[in-house]
Write a protein that binds this ligand. Structure first.
Ligand code: SF4
Ligand code: SF4
Length: 271
């Protein structure tokens, strides 16, 4: 027989054999994936921020389908996503309010005293290791922008040494919350508008030495709202964001100007 013909037959048979092996392997080694996972993944925003606690949207989709985890953990997706997931999976939608990030400090360079000059790496964590960015308050925003660098939607700007979140842009992924070494950033329901912008645990006279808008623990706000919405935690007044607080007088009566009324609502969202 012609040598070329023999080689052609051998190559052909080898190809057939490999194809058969691959087909058998595909049949026995293939992992079944519930088609609903793909469907649910498509309903999530696809930004893979990790705010839901999973490594990405498809991981969260898998957990929803295979472990029946709650469908309201995607903060960037908000109520709209919850509704479409509930419809697709024929489950009840759980009402969720959109959340936004808030920096609990108002000590920019106008109000906060600088006690040293910081010439180190422009990173909050690095500065924290060497006792801060030069601002006298050891609880306040260092303004070196570690939070703004991790924000996937550029919702945080640094102005006069202070981080400021634009609530209209924030998708509540929580990356800034994790990035801030001073735990100054909190995710709050967007409708909450009264905030104590301070995290200092120092006593009033010590606060005054380093910041003119820090909480001095006078407790006037707590008395004004009868403890319904603001309570004292050590030397600091703290807003309880789980309940609505609409006593505007707390803003006016705060002698240290630490309490502010600031809307977190996205334009067009109902109050
Ligand atoms: S401000 Fe914070 S929570 Fe909001 S999108 Fe940026 S990193 Fe995420
Ligand atoms: S909020 Fe935190 S991470 Fe952001 S600039 Fe201030 S100290 Fe740094």
């Amino acid at each position: 027989m012609d040598a070329v013909l023999i080689q052609t037959i051998i190559i052909g048979l080898t190809g057939l054999l490999c194809g058969a092996i691959l087909a058998i392997a595909a049949h026995f080694l293939s992992v079944y994936e519930d088609p609903r996972i793909e469907k649910v993944t498509a309903l999530l925003p696809g930004i893979n921020c990790g705010g839901c606690g999973y490594t990405g949207c498809s991981d969260y989709a898998k957990a929803i389908v295979t472990q029946s985890v709650p469908i309201n953990s995607c903060k960037p997706g908000g109520a709209e996503t919850v509704l479409s997931l509930a419809t697709a999976l024929s489950v009840q939608a759980v009402a969720t309010e959109r959340q936004v990030a808030l920096v609990l400090c108002n000590g920019d360079d106008t109000y906060a005293v600088r006690t040293a000059t910081y010439n180190g790496i422009a990173d909050c964590l690095a500065a924290e290791f060497v006792s801060g960015s030069g601002k006298g308050c050891r609880y306040g925003c260092m303004g070196l922008g570690s939070c703004s660098r991790v924000c996937p939607v550029q919702a945080i700007r640094i102005e006069q040494g202070l981080a400021i979140v634009d609530p209209a842009l924030c998708i509540a992924c929580g990356k800034c919350v994790t990035a801030c070494p001073r735990t100054l950033i909190k995710l709050i329901p967007e409708s909450r508008s009264i905030h104590v912008l301070c995290r200092s645990q120092d006593r009033g006279p010590d606060v005054k030495k380093v910041c003119s808008v820090g909480c001095i623990a006078c407790t006037i706000c707590v008395k004004t709202c009868n403890g319904q919405g603001i309570t004292m935690e050590g030397q600091l007044a703290v807003v309880d964001y789980s309940v609505p607080l609409d006593v505007d007088a707390v803003v006016e009566k705060c002698p240290a100007h630490t309490i502010h009324k600031r809307s977190g609502l996205k334009p067009g969202n109902p109050a």
